[in-house]
Design a protein around this ligand. Sequence first.
Ligand code: FPP
Ligand code: MG
Length: 394
Amino acid sequence: MACIGSGRLCARVEKLYQLGQVAQIRRKTSNYARIKEIGIQPLTRTLVQSCQDGSMRTHQPGPLPERQVDPYHLLEDDLKDIYKDIRQELRKNTNIPELRTIATYYFDGQGKALRPMVAILMARAINCHMYKEKSGLLTSQRQVAMISEMIHSASLIHDDVIDQSDIRRGKPSVNVLWNHKKVAMAGDFILAVASMMIARLRNDDVTMTLSQVVTDLVQGEFMQLGSKETENERFAHYLTKTYRKTASLIANSVKATAMLAGADDALTEVAFQYGRNVGLAFQLVDDLLDFVSSSAAMGKPTAADLKLGLATAPVLFACERFPELNPMIMRRFQEPNDVERAFELVHKSRGLEQTQFLARKHCLEAVRLASSLAESPYQKGLQVVSDLVINRMK
Ligand code: FPP
Ligand code: MG
């Protein structure tokens, strides 16, 4: 069993979790206590255990077993028209041809549809948990799945303008094909149509939950423009940013589907925490793939984060072994050769393994949360999603 680094940063990450700085979860204490009651081990405890001897280890924090369910196959009927329905919703709200074209550009069915898939899986798993054989997917829950993909795509459109991206999902990104003013407005338009769909659900708690996502996305993206002086602050900043930018959408979408099923606070919290853990793991793996995957596999440029001046988990972990990364982080890798040198140091360090280890922890926590739901193919599907997230190559 090889050690990953000295474990100092691991201890700090653990401390951040204990202080609750990760993801400003804003959970109600009573809900959290009930989650513990039903036997869900918080991530913090497993991290404490791995860090107790002052080191994290390369052995996996537990096996992710082979499971028998393919969630995309399971939800084939629910998902097959999801992009078509989104395009229709967008088209019916404008008669401006160019706005229609830009707004529907990313809904071509080539995306992973991860967010709708997870939202519907959770909806169906919760429905089975609560209503057993009488359960079916509610129209409102499917709407949440669509809304979550629309908020996601609206944010990607804005992100592509900000990042001056060239390529997404293997095709030219929106900002390459149309001018930035039109692209930004098309993103706003998608968001506006999504807001109308939220309003139509006529559920104040769901409206609050899904509106929180947009506030988080904007704050997450804003936080990414700044960095912090000390290593401690930097990791806290990174984790909160990661929650807001990525995990909040998944967490709050699955939470909304649980609310629409009439779930009580404890069950809603299980759904939320499942989404939060999957979301954090997804972004950690994304940050890892940026260092190891090829552009062809990803359908977007790699090593992009360093070029954008961003220090993600692999760099933050690598910093512990190579403190010369600190000044590079502070100047956002702007000096000649910074990007190349940082890339090399990350590969020489254990930063990639440590990032994967953290992602795996979150996946295991998600599996544990899903296992507290009644057994059903959808409950198993939620566990498979966690396996897919940790094993994904693009
Ligand atoms: C992708 O990041 C970007 C996001 C997940 C969120 C972006 C959020 C905003 C631009 C705020 C505005 C939000 C709305 C809803 C209008 P990335 O650059 O790390 O990923 P990439 O490599 O896929 O581009
Ligand atoms: Mg981007």
